[in-house]
Ligand binder design. Sequence first.
Ligand SMILES: *Cc1c(COP(=O)(O)O)cnc(C)c1O
Length: 393
Amino acid sequence: MTSSVRSSDLQAPYRLRLPGPTAVPQRVLQATAGPVVDHRGAEFRTLLGDLETLVRPLFGTTNPVLFFAASGTGMMEAALVNVLAPGERLLVAVNGQFGERFAEIGRALGAVVDVIEVPWDKPVTAADVAPWLSRASYRALAVVHNESSTGMVADLPGIGALLREHDTLLVVDSISGLGGLELRQDEWGLDVVISGSQKALMCPPGGGLATVSDKARAVIDRDDRMPRYYWDFRTALVAAAKVETSFTAPVSLLAGMREALTMIHEEGYANTLARHRRLAGALRTGCAALGLAPFGEPSAWSSTVVVAHVPEPLKGGDLVRYLNEHHRTAIAGARNRLQDRVVRIGTMGQIDAGTILTDLLYLEEALVALGVPVTRGAGVAAATRYLVEEATA
Ligand SMILES: *Cc1c(COP(=O)(O)O)cnc(C)c1O
């Protein structure tokens, strides 16, 4: 094998290029390293107030924002225990692994779950949902904003408009969307939106967020919902109104989150979103030039994750392993029905053109080493052309 670049020889920095967790900027890491403050003291109250002000524009809401120590899955469960009662009906739109998880959590909790099966290479749309609403009385519809397993973005404006005329609540997992994809909770009529710290918010894992509409709150406030204690949004909402959290908050993580949100607003949130879109487009174009064709319907391609087909007979897992071993670069394969058929690379957080051009250089190295015919330099060249055209468009 002839390799022009061997990052392992250079002791190159570890490159976390997953669709979450994502690389945490130095500024954010440093903010997490400050003193742990009293979670009932003035410093923390200021921090929590700042966080709410800084994150609301990303959700597109004036609703209260709740903060929990939790992974994203914890917030999915939290959303469901608060809106559902045992035996109530939950509708879940599934076009990937995280949609499947929503359905599994619903079943585990004792809800009656109906699944709208959407092809994994297509987005969830209002047309998929509409026929179901007349079949039964659903307490909630759960939808994944950005299906990280497939890179398909749901049509939330369309689905939100459809549900406005129904009692059914719209519960949205925007764990890999918030901060990297447009989200307008109030305008689109989304009732509960949940997210996590470790994706486009470029923080360490372990921070969960939730926002709650008035329509959702009327349901959440009922005493007949699922058994809940730590996850109880009623107490969390009362605490939030006093700029507090119900229990000990992950104060260090939240100090980092304030820094990350400050960075986003310094860039200008619209610019942040445009950068995500541009870099995802460039990476996708570069991957295609290397023979890794983009997965799924182009109109629904995500700005926060690039999902690409792996040409047979190569296995996605081999590509992932090669990049880890030779370039200290962590990309993702699939742990579902797409196993070994796709690879996934995050385009979230603190990334720039250099990040994705490096990805493409290393991908090319890996493909050559694994015996896949590629035109040397094709990926970097195609991505560069894309970026130049975008800049001059
Ligand atoms: C990452 C992710 C989750 C799960 O989050 P964990 O923090 O791993 O529990 C759920 N939904 C989506 C869309 C995700 O991207």
